[in-house]
Ligand binder design. Structure first.
Ligand SMILES: Nc1ncnc2c1ncn2[C@@H]1O[C@H](COP(=O)(O)OP(=O)(O)OP(=O)(O)O)[C@@H](O)[C@H]1O
Length: 577
Protein backbone atom coordinates (compact mmCIF):
# COMPACT_ATOMS: atom_id res chain seq x y z
CA UNK A 1 0.00 0.00 0.00
CA UNK A 2 3.04 2.23 0.36
CA UNK A 3 5.49 2.59 -2.49
CA UNK A 4 8.85 2.83 -0.73
CA UNK A 5 10.66 4.21 -3.77
CA UNK A 6 8.12 6.99 -4.17
CA UNK A 7 8.30 7.79 -0.47
CA UNK A 8 12.10 8.04 -0.71
CA UNK A 9 11.54 11.01 -3.02
CA UNK A 10 9.94 12.93 -0.15
CA UNK A 11 13.18 13.57 1.75
CA UNK A 12 12.83 16.81 3.75
CA UNK A 13 9.22 17.22 2.55
CA UNK A 14 8.30 14.30 4.82
CA UNK A 15 7.63 16.92 7.49
CA UNK A 16 4.60 18.15 5.51
CA UNK A 17 3.11 14.67 5.58
CA UNK A 18 3.62 14.43 9.35
CA UNK A 19 2.28 17.95 9.91
CA UNK A 20 -0.79 17.08 7.90
CA UNK A 21 -1.41 13.99 10.02
CA UNK A 22 -0.92 16.08 13.16
CA UNK A 23 -3.40 18.75 11.99
CA UNK A 24 -5.97 16.09 11.07
CA UNK A 25 -5.51 14.46 14.46
CA UNK A 26 -5.84 17.78 16.32
CA UNK A 27 -8.99 18.42 14.27
CA UNK A 28 -10.34 15.09 15.48
CA UNK A 29 -9.53 15.96 19.10
CA UNK A 30 -11.40 19.27 18.67
CA UNK A 31 -14.36 17.37 17.29
CA UNK A 32 -14.33 14.89 20.19
CA UNK A 33 -14.29 17.79 22.68
CA UNK A 34 -17.24 19.41 20.88
CA UNK A 35 -19.21 16.14 21.05
CA UNK A 36 -18.30 15.67 24.73
CA UNK A 37 -19.54 19.22 25.55
CA UNK A 38 -22.77 18.70 23.60
CA UNK A 39 -23.27 15.30 25.25
CA UNK A 40 -22.88 16.96 28.64
CA UNK A 41 -25.44 19.60 27.64
CA UNK A 42 -27.88 16.89 26.50
CA UNK A 43 -27.49 15.14 29.88
CA UNK A 44 -28.01 18.37 31.80
CA UNK A 45 -31.10 19.27 29.78
CA UNK A 46 -32.57 15.79 30.25
CA UNK A 47 -31.86 15.50 33.99
CA UNK A 48 -32.14 19.11 35.23
CA UNK A 49 -34.16 20.75 32.49
CA UNK A 50 -31.53 23.48 32.09
CA UNK A 51 -27.94 23.88 30.96
CA UNK A 52 -25.36 25.48 33.26
CA UNK A 53 -22.98 28.04 31.72
CA UNK A 54 -24.88 27.67 28.45
CA UNK A 55 -23.39 30.79 26.84
CA UNK A 56 -19.78 29.88 27.75
CA UNK A 57 -20.25 26.37 26.39
CA UNK A 58 -21.65 27.72 23.12
CA UNK A 59 -18.67 30.08 22.82
CA UNK A 60 -16.25 27.17 23.44
CA UNK A 61 -18.02 25.10 20.79
CA UNK A 62 -17.83 27.95 18.26
CA UNK A 63 -14.12 28.50 19.03
CA UNK A 64 -13.45 24.77 18.63
CA UNK A 65 -15.30 24.73 15.29
CA UNK A 66 -13.16 27.66 14.14
CA UNK A 67 -9.97 25.92 15.33
CA UNK A 68 -11.03 22.74 13.53
CA UNK A 69 -11.62 24.77 10.37
CA UNK A 70 -8.18 26.36 10.72
CA UNK A 71 -6.57 22.92 11.09
CA UNK A 72 -8.46 21.85 7.96
CA UNK A 73 -6.98 24.82 6.10
CA UNK A 74 -3.48 23.91 7.29
CA UNK A 75 -4.06 20.35 6.07
CA UNK A 76 -4.71 21.73 2.54
CA UNK A 77 -1.60 23.92 2.70
CA UNK A 78 0.65 21.05 3.82
CA UNK A 79 -0.97 18.75 1.28
CA UNK A 80 0.01 21.16 -1.49
CA UNK A 81 3.53 21.58 -0.12
CA UNK A 82 4.11 17.82 0.18
CA UNK A 83 3.41 17.32 -3.54
CA UNK A 84 4.85 20.50 -4.99
CA UNK A 85 8.61 19.87 -4.75
CA UNK A 86 8.30 16.23 -5.68
CA UNK A 87 6.49 17.04 -8.89
CA UNK A 88 9.24 19.49 -9.85
CA UNK A 89 11.96 16.99 -8.85
CA UNK A 90 10.43 14.12 -10.82
CA UNK A 91 9.93 16.28 -13.90
CA UNK A 92 13.49 17.51 -13.61
CA UNK A 93 14.86 13.94 -13.27
CA UNK A 94 12.89 12.77 -16.29
CA UNK A 95 14.09 15.73 -18.32
CA UNK A 96 17.73 15.12 -17.34
CA UNK A 97 17.42 11.44 -18.21
CA UNK A 98 15.98 12.23 -21.63
CA UNK A 99 18.84 14.64 -22.25
CA UNK A 100 21.33 11.94 -21.34
CA UNK A 101 19.57 9.35 -23.45
CA UNK A 102 19.77 11.76 -26.32
CA UNK A 103 17.91 10.85 -29.44
CA UNK A 104 17.55 7.18 -28.50
CA UNK A 105 15.15 7.81 -25.60
CA UNK A 106 12.55 6.75 -28.15
CA UNK A 107 13.73 3.16 -27.83
CA UNK A 108 12.49 3.20 -24.25
CA UNK A 109 9.45 5.44 -24.41
CA UNK A 110 7.52 7.20 -27.16
CA UNK A 111 7.41 10.99 -27.25
CA UNK A 112 3.65 10.97 -26.64
CA UNK A 113 3.93 8.68 -23.58
CA UNK A 114 6.79 10.77 -22.26
CA UNK A 115 4.72 13.95 -22.51
CA UNK A 116 1.80 12.19 -20.82
CA UNK A 117 3.90 10.88 -17.96
CA UNK A 118 5.57 14.24 -17.41
CA UNK A 119 2.27 16.08 -17.32
CA UNK A 120 -0.66 13.93 -16.18
CA UNK A 121 1.36 11.07 -14.68
CA UNK A 122 3.38 13.35 -12.40
CA UNK A 123 0.24 15.34 -11.56
CA UNK A 124 -1.45 12.16 -10.27
CA UNK A 125 1.44 11.72 -7.89
CA UNK A 126 0.46 14.94 -6.14
CA UNK A 127 -2.56 13.07 -4.78
CA UNK A 128 -0.30 10.21 -3.70
CA UNK A 129 1.95 12.47 -1.63
CA UNK A 130 -0.46 15.22 -0.71
CA UNK A 131 -3.51 13.16 0.18
CA UNK A 132 -3.07 9.39 0.13
CA UNK A 133 0.10 9.16 2.21
CA UNK A 134 -1.05 11.45 5.09
CA UNK A 135 -4.49 9.84 5.02
CA UNK A 136 -2.84 6.41 5.30
CA UNK A 137 -1.19 7.36 8.59
CA UNK A 138 -4.13 9.35 9.91
CA UNK A 139 -6.54 6.49 9.27
CA UNK A 140 -4.39 4.29 11.54
CA UNK A 141 -4.33 6.86 14.35
CA UNK A 142 -7.96 8.04 14.23
CA UNK A 143 -9.70 4.71 15.10
CA UNK A 144 -7.21 4.07 17.93
CA UNK A 145 -7.88 7.55 19.36
CA UNK A 146 -11.63 7.03 19.11
CA UNK A 147 -11.38 3.58 20.68
CA UNK A 148 -9.47 5.03 23.64
CA UNK A 149 -12.13 7.75 24.11
CA UNK A 150 -15.27 5.73 23.39
CA UNK A 151 -13.90 2.68 25.24
CA UNK A 152 -14.34 4.70 28.45
CA UNK A 153 -17.95 5.39 27.51
CA UNK A 154 -19.21 2.07 26.16
CA UNK A 155 -16.48 -0.53 25.85
CA UNK A 156 -18.49 -3.22 24.00
CA UNK A 157 -19.75 -0.83 21.31
CA UNK A 158 -16.33 0.78 20.90
CA UNK A 159 -14.69 -2.66 20.56
CA UNK A 160 -17.18 -3.83 17.90
CA UNK A 161 -16.53 -0.65 15.91
CA UNK A 162 -12.78 -1.09 16.32
CA UNK A 163 -12.95 -4.69 15.06
CA UNK A 164 -14.98 -3.65 11.97
CA UNK A 165 -12.44 -0.98 10.95
CA UNK A 166 -9.77 -3.32 9.42
CA UNK A 167 -12.39 -4.61 6.96
CA UNK A 168 -11.82 -1.48 4.85
CA UNK A 169 -8.04 -1.85 4.44
CA UNK A 170 -8.62 -5.55 3.84
CA UNK A 171 -10.90 -4.73 0.92
CA UNK A 172 -8.25 -2.30 -0.35
CA UNK A 173 -5.55 -4.99 -0.20
CA UNK A 174 -7.83 -7.45 -1.98
CA UNK A 175 -8.46 -5.10 -4.86
CA UNK A 176 -4.86 -3.85 -5.01
CA UNK A 177 -3.33 -6.62 -7.11
CA UNK A 178 -6.12 -6.54 -9.66
CA UNK A 179 -6.07 -2.73 -9.75
CA UNK A 180 -2.31 -2.71 -10.34
CA UNK A 181 -2.60 -4.94 -13.40
CA UNK A 182 -5.57 -3.05 -14.77
CA UNK A 183 -3.98 0.38 -14.30
CA UNK A 184 -0.74 -0.74 -15.93
CA UNK A 185 -2.83 -1.81 -18.94
CA UNK A 186 -4.70 1.51 -18.77
CA UNK A 187 -1.47 3.55 -18.98
CA UNK A 188 -0.15 1.31 -21.76
CA UNK A 189 -3.26 1.84 -23.90
CA UNK A 190 -3.38 5.53 -23.01
CA UNK A 191 0.22 5.87 -24.24
CA UNK A 192 -0.56 3.97 -27.47
CA UNK A 193 -3.54 6.21 -28.17
CA UNK A 194 -1.51 9.37 -27.57
CA UNK A 195 1.33 8.05 -29.72
CA UNK A 196 -0.96 7.27 -32.64
CA UNK A 197 -2.74 10.59 -32.27
CA UNK A 198 0.50 12.56 -32.28
CA UNK A 199 1.83 10.60 -35.24
CA UNK A 200 -1.37 11.16 -37.22
CA UNK A 201 -1.46 14.87 -36.45
CA UNK A 202 2.19 15.24 -37.47
CA UNK A 203 1.59 13.36 -40.70
CA UNK A 204 -1.79 14.87 -41.47
CA UNK A 205 -0.62 16.61 -44.65
CA UNK A 206 0.83 13.33 -45.94
CA UNK A 207 -2.32 11.46 -44.98
CA UNK A 208 -4.50 13.98 -46.79
CA UNK A 209 -2.20 13.78 -49.82
CA UNK A 210 -2.59 9.99 -49.99
CA UNK A 211 -6.24 10.16 -48.95
CA UNK A 212 -5.31 7.85 -46.07
CA UNK A 213 -7.03 9.95 -43.43
CA UNK A 214 -10.26 7.93 -43.45
CA UNK A 215 -8.27 4.73 -42.92
CA UNK A 216 -6.38 6.33 -40.04
CA UNK A 217 -9.68 7.57 -38.69
CA UNK A 218 -10.90 3.97 -38.41
CA UNK A 219 -7.62 2.94 -36.77
CA UNK A 220 -7.85 5.78 -34.27
CA UNK A 221 -11.45 4.84 -33.48
CA UNK A 222 -10.40 1.27 -32.75
CA UNK A 223 -7.58 2.44 -30.53
CA UNK A 224 -9.92 4.86 -28.73
CA UNK A 225 -12.46 2.04 -28.28
CA UNK A 226 -9.81 -0.16 -26.64
CA UNK A 227 -8.90 2.71 -24.34
CA UNK A 228 -12.56 3.36 -23.55
CA UNK A 229 -13.03 -0.31 -22.62
CA UNK A 230 -10.11 -0.32 -20.21
CA UNK A 231 -11.22 3.03 -18.75
CA UNK A 232 -14.68 1.59 -18.10
CA UNK A 233 -13.11 -1.45 -16.44
CA UNK A 234 -11.08 0.86 -14.19
CA UNK A 235 -14.21 2.82 -13.29
CA UNK A 236 -16.21 -0.34 -12.59
CA UNK A 237 -13.41 -1.66 -10.40
CA UNK A 238 -13.25 1.64 -8.49
CA UNK A 239 -17.01 1.85 -8.10
CA UNK A 240 -17.29 -1.74 -6.84
CA UNK A 241 -14.48 -1.26 -4.41
CA UNK A 242 -15.96 2.01 -3.12
CA UNK A 243 -19.39 0.36 -2.74
CA UNK A 244 -17.84 -2.39 -0.61
CA UNK A 245 -16.08 0.21 1.52
CA UNK A 246 -19.33 2.17 1.90
CA UNK A 247 -21.11 -0.97 3.00
CA UNK A 248 -18.48 -1.67 5.64
CA UNK A 249 -18.32 1.98 6.78
CA UNK A 250 -22.06 2.65 7.05
CA UNK A 251 -22.84 -0.91 8.16
CA UNK A 252 -20.18 -0.67 10.88
CA UNK A 253 -21.45 2.75 12.04
CA UNK A 254 -25.01 1.43 12.11
CA UNK A 255 -23.86 -1.55 14.20
CA UNK A 256 -22.14 0.81 16.66
CA UNK A 257 -25.31 2.90 16.94
CA UNK A 258 -27.53 -0.16 17.47
CA UNK A 259 -25.21 -1.45 20.21
CA UNK A 260 -25.19 1.92 22.00
CA UNK A 261 -28.99 2.21 21.75
CA UNK A 262 -29.28 -1.25 23.24
CA UNK A 263 -26.87 -0.28 26.04
CA UNK A 264 -28.97 2.81 26.69
CA UNK A 265 -32.15 0.71 26.74
CA UNK A 266 -30.69 -1.65 29.36
CA UNK A 267 -29.42 1.38 31.28
CA UNK A 268 -25.69 0.76 31.11
CA UNK A 269 -25.06 4.21 29.53
CA UNK A 270 -26.88 7.53 29.88
CA UNK A 271 -28.39 9.72 27.16
CA UNK A 272 -25.26 11.90 26.76
CA UNK A 273 -23.04 8.84 26.34
CA UNK A 274 -25.45 7.40 23.76
CA UNK A 275 -25.32 10.71 21.96
CA UNK A 276 -21.49 10.52 21.94
CA UNK A 277 -21.50 6.99 20.56
CA UNK A 278 -23.96 7.95 17.81
CA UNK A 279 -22.04 11.10 16.84
CA UNK A 280 -18.61 9.47 16.80
CA UNK A 281 -19.39 5.99 15.38
CA UNK A 282 -19.08 7.20 11.78
CA UNK A 283 -15.79 8.94 12.59
CA UNK A 284 -14.22 5.50 13.08
CA UNK A 285 -14.77 4.74 9.41
CA UNK A 286 -14.64 8.08 7.63
CA UNK A 287 -10.79 8.32 7.57
CA UNK A 288 -10.43 4.81 6.13
CA UNK A 289 -13.29 5.34 3.74
CA UNK A 290 -11.53 8.48 2.48
CA UNK A 291 -8.28 6.53 2.27
CA UNK A 292 -10.11 4.09 0.00
CA UNK A 293 -11.08 6.91 -2.37
CA UNK A 294 -7.57 8.35 -2.44
CA UNK A 295 -6.21 4.86 -2.87
CA UNK A 296 -7.68 4.57 -6.36
CA UNK A 297 -6.24 7.87 -7.50
CA UNK A 298 -2.95 7.04 -5.81
CA UNK A 299 -2.86 3.66 -7.58
CA UNK A 300 -3.17 5.51 -10.86
CA UNK A 301 -0.20 7.67 -9.89
CA UNK A 302 1.59 4.52 -8.75
CA UNK A 303 1.12 2.90 -12.16
CA UNK A 304 2.43 6.07 -13.82
CA UNK A 305 5.39 6.10 -11.42
CA UNK A 306 6.35 2.57 -12.49
CA UNK A 307 6.67 3.79 -16.05
CA UNK A 308 8.58 6.85 -14.86
CA UNK A 309 11.00 4.70 -12.83
CA UNK A 310 11.49 2.35 -15.77
CA UNK A 311 12.77 5.34 -17.72
CA UNK A 312 14.82 6.71 -14.83
CA UNK A 313 16.39 3.29 -14.24
CA UNK A 314 17.92 3.08 -17.69
CA UNK A 315 21.58 3.02 -16.79
CA UNK A 316 22.97 6.05 -18.51
CA UNK A 317 24.62 8.73 -16.48
CA UNK A 318 26.95 11.49 -17.43
CA UNK A 319 29.23 10.58 -14.57
CA UNK A 320 32.12 10.44 -17.00
CA UNK A 321 35.12 12.30 -15.78
CA UNK A 322 37.14 13.12 -18.87
CA UNK A 323 37.07 16.66 -20.21
CA UNK A 324 38.29 17.42 -23.69
CA UNK A 325 39.74 20.56 -25.25
CA UNK A 326 40.24 21.40 -28.92
CA UNK A 327 40.13 18.21 -30.94
CA UNK A 328 43.23 17.63 -33.08
CA UNK A 329 42.90 13.94 -33.76
CA UNK A 330 40.18 11.41 -34.42
CA UNK A 331 41.25 7.81 -34.17
CA UNK A 332 39.08 4.82 -34.94
CA UNK A 333 40.64 1.39 -34.56
CA UNK A 334 38.95 -2.00 -35.03
CA UNK A 335 35.61 -0.36 -34.35
CA UNK A 336 32.52 -2.59 -34.40
CA UNK A 337 28.99 -1.60 -33.48
CA UNK A 338 25.40 -2.79 -33.75
CA UNK A 339 22.17 -1.14 -32.59
CA UNK A 340 20.94 -4.55 -31.49
CA UNK A 341 22.31 -8.01 -32.30
CA UNK A 342 22.87 -7.11 -35.94
CA UNK A 343 26.37 -5.71 -36.53
CA UNK A 344 26.25 -2.46 -38.51
CA UNK A 345 29.93 -1.50 -38.48
CA UNK A 346 32.74 -4.07 -38.61
CA UNK A 347 36.43 -3.56 -37.80
CA UNK A 348 36.62 0.01 -39.01
CA UNK A 349 39.99 1.78 -38.64
CA UNK A 350 40.91 5.32 -39.69
CA UNK A 351 42.83 8.28 -38.37
CA UNK A 352 42.32 12.00 -38.98
CA UNK A 353 44.80 14.45 -37.48
CA UNK A 354 44.73 17.48 -39.77
CA UNK A 355 42.11 20.05 -40.62
CA UNK A 356 40.37 19.42 -43.91
CA UNK A 357 37.30 17.93 -45.56
CA UNK A 358 36.90 14.18 -45.10
CA UNK A 359 34.16 12.54 -47.11
CA UNK A 360 32.30 9.45 -45.96
CA UNK A 361 30.61 7.73 -48.86
CA UNK A 362 28.94 4.43 -49.55
CA UNK A 363 25.67 2.89 -50.64
CA UNK A 364 22.50 3.30 -48.60
CA UNK A 365 22.62 1.43 -45.29
CA UNK A 366 26.41 1.02 -45.36
CA UNK A 367 26.78 2.66 -41.94
CA UNK A 368 27.70 6.29 -42.74
CA UNK A 369 25.20 7.94 -40.39
CA UNK A 370 26.03 5.38 -37.72
CA UNK A 371 29.67 6.54 -37.79
CA UNK A 372 28.45 10.14 -37.43
CA UNK A 373 26.26 9.25 -34.43
CA UNK A 374 29.12 7.36 -32.78
CA UNK A 375 31.40 10.35 -33.29
CA UNK A 376 28.74 12.48 -31.60
CA UNK A 377 28.89 10.16 -28.59
CA UNK A 378 25.25 9.04 -28.97
CA UNK A 379 26.11 5.38 -28.34
CA UNK A 380 28.61 4.12 -25.78
CA UNK A 381 28.34 0.40 -26.41
CA UNK A 382 30.79 0.13 -29.30
CA UNK A 383 33.80 -2.18 -29.42
CA UNK A 384 37.32 -1.12 -30.32
CA UNK A 385 38.83 2.31 -30.20
CA UNK A 386 36.89 5.48 -30.98
CA UNK A 387 38.88 8.37 -29.63
CA UNK A 388 39.39 12.11 -29.79
CA UNK A 389 42.90 13.23 -28.82
CA UNK A 390 43.50 9.61 -27.71
CA UNK A 391 40.57 9.72 -25.25
CA UNK A 392 37.84 7.12 -25.73
CA UNK A 393 34.61 8.92 -26.61
CA UNK A 394 32.58 6.79 -24.18
CA UNK A 395 34.74 8.12 -21.33
CA UNK A 396 34.44 11.81 -22.23
CA UNK A 397 31.89 13.92 -20.40
CA UNK A 398 29.01 14.50 -22.80
CA UNK A 399 28.73 18.22 -22.13
CA UNK A 400 32.47 18.63 -22.72
CA UNK A 401 32.23 16.66 -25.96
CA UNK A 402 29.33 18.77 -27.22
CA UNK A 403 31.47 21.91 -26.87
CA UNK A 404 33.88 20.50 -29.46
CA UNK A 405 31.67 18.98 -32.14
CA UNK A 406 28.74 20.18 -34.20
CA UNK A 407 26.56 17.99 -36.35
CA UNK A 408 24.16 19.19 -39.03
CA UNK A 409 21.76 16.60 -40.35
CA UNK A 410 19.53 16.60 -43.41
CA UNK A 411 16.43 17.42 -41.35
CA UNK A 412 17.60 19.95 -38.74
CA UNK A 413 15.32 20.86 -35.85
CA UNK A 414 14.23 24.46 -36.03
CA UNK A 415 12.45 25.68 -32.89
CA UNK A 416 9.37 27.79 -32.65
CA UNK A 417 10.33 31.35 -31.66
CA UNK A 418 12.41 33.90 -33.53
CA UNK A 419 15.48 33.85 -35.71
CA UNK A 420 17.38 35.23 -32.73
CA UNK A 421 16.23 32.49 -30.32
CA UNK A 422 17.19 29.80 -32.84
CA UNK A 423 20.63 31.29 -33.31
CA UNK A 424 21.16 31.71 -29.57
CA UNK A 425 20.64 27.95 -29.27
CA UNK A 426 23.92 27.60 -31.20
CA UNK A 427 25.79 30.01 -28.97
CA UNK A 428 24.05 31.84 -26.16
CA UNK A 429 26.84 34.44 -26.06
CA UNK A 430 26.28 35.61 -29.63
CA UNK A 431 25.53 39.29 -30.08
CA UNK A 432 23.46 40.83 -32.87
CA UNK A 433 26.53 41.56 -35.02
CA UNK A 434 27.68 37.93 -34.86
CA UNK A 435 24.21 36.70 -35.71
CA UNK A 436 23.76 39.07 -38.62
CA UNK A 437 27.23 38.13 -39.87
CA UNK A 438 26.43 34.39 -40.04
CA UNK A 439 23.03 35.11 -41.58
CA UNK A 440 24.83 37.08 -44.29
CA UNK A 441 27.19 34.15 -44.85
CA UNK A 442 24.27 31.79 -45.46
CA UNK A 443 22.53 34.42 -47.59
CA UNK A 444 19.52 34.77 -45.29
CA UNK A 445 20.01 38.23 -43.88
CA UNK A 446 18.39 40.04 -46.82
CA UNK A 447 15.34 37.85 -46.42
CA UNK A 448 14.91 38.28 -42.63
CA UNK A 449 15.85 41.97 -42.76
CA UNK A 450 12.78 42.48 -44.95
CA UNK A 451 10.56 40.87 -42.27
CA UNK A 452 11.57 41.74 -38.74
CA UNK A 453 15.32 41.14 -38.70
CA UNK A 454 16.53 38.91 -35.91
CA UNK A 455 13.08 39.09 -34.32
CA UNK A 456 11.36 37.53 -37.35
CA UNK A 457 8.93 34.88 -36.14
CA UNK A 458 9.72 31.24 -36.75
CA UNK A 459 6.81 28.80 -36.63
CA UNK A 460 6.87 25.30 -35.16
CA UNK A 461 9.59 23.19 -36.85
CA UNK A 462 10.35 26.15 -39.12
CA UNK A 463 7.13 25.63 -41.06
CA UNK A 464 7.15 29.19 -42.44
CA UNK A 465 10.57 28.64 -44.08
CA UNK A 466 11.48 26.78 -47.25
CA UNK A 467 13.58 23.60 -46.97
CA UNK A 468 16.66 25.48 -48.18
CA UNK A 469 16.08 28.39 -45.79
CA UNK A 470 15.64 26.01 -42.87
CA UNK A 471 18.88 24.26 -43.72
CA UNK A 472 20.74 27.56 -44.16
CA UNK A 473 19.43 28.78 -40.79
CA UNK A 474 20.68 25.56 -39.20
CA UNK A 475 24.09 26.11 -40.84
CA UNK A 476 24.14 29.67 -39.41
CA UNK A 477 23.37 28.20 -35.98
CA UNK A 478 26.15 25.64 -36.46
CA UNK A 479 28.65 28.33 -37.48
CA UNK A 480 27.92 30.22 -34.27
CA UNK A 481 28.64 27.06 -32.29
CA UNK A 482 32.20 27.37 -33.60
CA UNK A 483 33.74 23.98 -32.80
CA UNK A 484 36.88 22.29 -34.06
CA UNK A 485 35.00 19.34 -35.55
CA UNK A 486 31.96 19.58 -37.82
CA UNK A 487 29.93 16.66 -39.12
CA UNK A 488 27.56 17.24 -42.02
CA UNK A 489 25.28 14.26 -42.56
CA UNK A 490 23.54 14.71 -45.90
CA UNK A 491 23.19 18.37 -44.96
CA UNK A 492 22.45 19.37 -48.54
CA UNK A 493 20.07 16.61 -49.57
CA UNK A 494 16.60 17.65 -50.76
CA UNK A 495 17.33 21.35 -50.94
CA UNK A 496 17.52 23.80 -53.83
CA UNK A 497 20.69 24.19 -55.89
CA UNK A 498 21.26 27.76 -54.66
CA UNK A 499 21.16 26.72 -51.00
CA UNK A 500 23.32 23.70 -51.74
CA UNK A 501 25.96 25.88 -53.39
CA UNK A 502 25.97 28.35 -50.48
CA UNK A 503 26.32 25.57 -47.93
CA UNK A 504 29.02 23.71 -49.84
CA UNK A 505 31.01 26.93 -50.30
CA UNK A 506 30.84 27.57 -46.54
CA UNK A 507 31.86 24.00 -45.77
CA UNK A 508 34.90 24.24 -48.02
CA UNK A 509 35.83 27.59 -46.44
CA UNK A 510 36.29 25.70 -43.17
CA UNK A 511 38.86 23.27 -44.50
CA UNK A 512 41.99 25.11 -43.31
CA UNK A 513 40.91 25.34 -39.68
CA UNK A 514 38.35 22.65 -38.95
CA UNK A 515 38.10 18.91 -39.22
CA UNK A 516 35.01 18.51 -41.39
CA UNK A 517 33.38 15.14 -41.88
CA UNK A 518 31.12 15.28 -44.87
CA UNK A 519 28.61 12.52 -45.47
CA UNK A 520 26.99 12.97 -48.83
CA UNK A 521 25.40 10.83 -51.48
CA UNK A 522 26.26 13.63 -53.98
CA UNK A 523 29.78 12.52 -54.73
CA UNK A 524 30.53 15.73 -56.63
CA UNK A 525 30.59 17.48 -53.26
CA UNK A 526 33.50 15.36 -52.02
CA UNK A 527 35.59 15.51 -55.20
CA UNK A 528 37.88 18.15 -53.70
CA UNK A 529 38.09 16.72 -50.21
CA UNK A 530 41.36 15.78 -48.53
CA UNK A 531 40.35 12.14 -48.23
CA UNK A 532 37.26 10.07 -48.85
CA UNK A 533 36.37 6.95 -46.86
CA UNK A 534 34.39 4.36 -48.76
CA UNK A 535 31.98 2.16 -46.80
CA UNK A 536 30.24 -0.99 -47.93
CA UNK A 537 28.05 -3.16 -45.69
CA UNK A 538 29.53 -1.64 -42.55
CA UNK A 539 33.17 -2.11 -43.65
CA UNK A 540 35.68 0.52 -44.64
CA UNK A 541 36.82 -0.78 -48.03
CA UNK A 542 39.16 2.04 -49.06
CA UNK A 543 40.21 5.60 -48.47
CA UNK A 544 42.11 8.15 -50.53
CA UNK A 545 41.64 11.24 -52.62
CA UNK A 546 38.84 11.31 -55.18
CA UNK A 547 41.20 10.88 -58.13
CA UNK A 548 43.03 7.91 -56.65
CA UNK A 549 39.83 6.23 -55.57
CA UNK A 550 38.41 6.68 -59.09
CA UNK A 551 41.41 4.79 -60.36
CA UNK A 552 41.76 2.08 -57.73
CA UNK A 553 38.43 1.55 -55.98
CA UNK A 554 35.73 -0.20 -57.99
CA UNK A 555 32.95 0.45 -55.45
CA UNK A 556 33.77 4.17 -55.39
CA UNK A 557 33.87 4.33 -59.18
CA UNK A 558 30.50 2.60 -59.35
CA UNK A 559 29.04 5.03 -56.86
CA UNK A 560 30.30 8.02 -58.85
CA UNK A 561 29.11 6.59 -62.17
CA UNK A 562 25.68 5.64 -60.82
CA UNK A 563 25.34 9.12 -59.40
CA UNK A 564 26.27 10.68 -62.75
CA UNK A 565 23.78 8.46 -64.57
CA UNK A 566 21.01 9.55 -62.21
CA UNK A 567 21.94 13.21 -62.63
CA UNK A 568 22.10 12.84 -66.43
CA UNK A 569 18.74 11.09 -66.38
CA UNK A 570 17.31 13.97 -64.38
CA UNK A 571 18.93 16.45 -66.79
CA UNK A 572 17.61 14.65 -69.91
CA UNK A 573 14.09 14.47 -68.60
CA UNK A 574 14.09 18.09 -67.59
CA UNK A 575 15.37 19.04 -71.00
CA UNK A 576 12.54 17.13 -72.61
CA UNK A 577 9.87 18.73 -70.50
N1 LIG B 1 18.31 3.42 -34.66
C1 LIG B 1 18.54 2.31 -35.34
N2 LIG B 1 18.14 1.12 -34.81
C2 LIG B 1 18.39 -0.05 -35.47
N3 LIG B 1 19.01 -0.13 -36.65
C3 LIG B 1 19.42 1.03 -37.22
C4 LIG B 1 19.20 2.29 -36.60
N4 LIG B 1 19.72 3.24 -37.39
C5 LIG B 1 20.23 2.61 -38.46
N5 LIG B 1 20.05 1.28 -38.37
C6 LIG B 1 20.52 0.27 -39.31
O1 LIG B 1 21.93 0.38 -39.43
C7 LIG B 1 22.33 0.22 -40.76
C8 LIG B 1 23.20 1.42 -41.19
O2 LIG B 1 22.37 2.59 -41.14
P1 LIG B 1 22.97 4.03 -41.43
O3 LIG B 1 21.88 4.98 -41.20
O4 LIG B 1 24.22 4.19 -40.68
O5 LIG B 1 23.28 3.90 -42.97
P2 LIG B 1 23.67 5.03 -44.02
O6 LIG B 1 24.86 4.52 -44.74
O7 LIG B 1 23.79 6.33 -43.36
O8 LIG B 1 22.39 4.98 -44.97
P3 LIG B 1 21.74 6.15 -45.85
O9 LIG B 1 22.74 6.55 -46.88
O10 LIG B 1 20.55 5.48 -46.46
O11 LIG B 1 21.38 7.26 -44.90
C9 LIG B 1 21.07 0.06 -41.61
O12 LIG B 1 20.91 -1.33 -41.87
C10 LIG B 1 19.96 0.54 -40.70
O13 LIG B 1 18.79 -0.20 -40.91
Amino acid sequence: MINKRLVSYLKEDKKYVYLQVLMQWLGLIAQIIIVVIIAGMVNELYSKGKINYFFIKIVIIVVLILIKGYFGKLVSVYSFKAGKNIKAKLRCDIYKKVLLLNNHYNKIISTASLTQLMSEGVEQLEIYFGKYLPQFFYSMIAPVTLFIVLGQVEFKGALVLFICVPLIPMSIVLVQKFAKRLLSKYWGLYGNLAERFLDNVRGLTTLKGYRGDSFKHVEMNEEAQRFRNVTMKVLVMQLNSISIMDLVAYGGAALGIIISLYSYQVGSINLGQTFMMIMLSAEYFIPLRLLGSFFHIAMNGNAASEKIFKLLDVSITDDKELEIGDINEIEIRDLSFGYDEKIVLKDVSLKINQPGIYGIVGSSGSGKSTIAKLLMGYYDNYQGKLAYNNKQINEIKHTSLMKQITMVEHDPYIFVGTVRSNLLDGNCNSDDTMMIDVLKKVNLWNYFEGINGLDSEIEERGNNLSGGQKQRLSIARALLHDTKVYIFDEATSNIDIESEEIIMRLIYQMQDEKIVILISHRLASVENSKCNYVFSHGKLIGFDSHDKLMKDNKEYRNLVNTQKEIENYGGNTSEKT
